[in-house]
Unconditional design. Structure first.
Length: 230
């Protein structure tokens, strides 16, 4: 949850990032807000966990510790979506956080024999989702659930496709294209695969209309979802 305190830290790191154009070290945030570096680091980790920050490792050029990597942070596409929302979290951010938590939880410790039940539950929830980013995340999650039922090799096919993509949009197209082919092959064995194929077709239409920030948000989610399900 983006509390007032976390929002204060997020706004500060966004400001520093906009002024410098470089990843931000937690000590810079600590000094700007006059808190301890450990407090700043803990809050930034919480913001990272909720998807508002992305971590980067930058090689330290300091003479005392040459070559040592430092943990730095940059605002995520989700953080950018807060712009213009004033002191309150936008409706999309709240909806996205809830959907993201629900979907990642569905993938955690998923067993292949549970795939059909979990996919069916998520498909039932889909009609109530209207935001294209959230609908797309649901579709990607259902795809991973189906692939889990086929075995680890099917999941690795999607991961390999993502590794070859040069842009977030291309990665999403590769993942959905791969999934669509697998879903079509599954139709004789699983009637729900037909619903998945329909949603994957719609997802490809959504991808064409989403912004670059939304592509990045979805691709980051897909990478995290793959880590949960593998």
């Amino acid at each position: 949850m983006l509390t007032r305190r976390r929002r204060q830290f997020l706004d500060k790191i966004k400001k520093i990032y906009q002024e410098t154009g470089k990843p931000v070290h937690y000590i810079a945030v600590a000094e700007a807000l006059k808190v301890s570096k450990w407090t700043a680091y803990d809050v930034l980790l919480e913001l990272e966990k909720e998807g508002f920050l992305e971590r980067q490792y930058i090689v330290n050029s300091n003479e005392k510790t040459p070559g040592r990597s430092m943990v730095m942070f940059v605002p995520s596409p989700l953080a950018a979506s807060l712009e213009g929302s004033g002191g309150n979290t936008s409706s999309f951010v709240l909806d996205w956080q809830q959907a993201r938590a629900r979907l990642l939880d569905a993938l955690a410790n998923l067993l292949p024999r549970e795939a059909g039940q979990v996919a069916g539950e998520l498909l039932q929830e889909m009609p109530g989702k209207t935001n294209p980013v959230i609908t797309s995340a649901y579709t990607l999650t259902i795809l991973l659930v189906y692939l889990k039922s086929l075995g680890e090799r099917a999941l690795q096919v999607v991961r390999s496709a993502l590794d070859k993509a040069s842009r977030p949009e291309a990665g999403l197209f590769l993942a959905t294209g791969t999934g669509l082919g697998l879903a079509v092959n599954m139709l004789p064995q699983n009637p729900l695969a037909g619903q998945l194929a329909g949603y994957l077709n719609r997802l490809q239409e959504h991808i064409e209309n989403l912004t670059g920030r939304e592509h990045k948000l979805l691709l980051d989610f897909l990478h995290e979802a793959l880590e949960r399900v593998v």
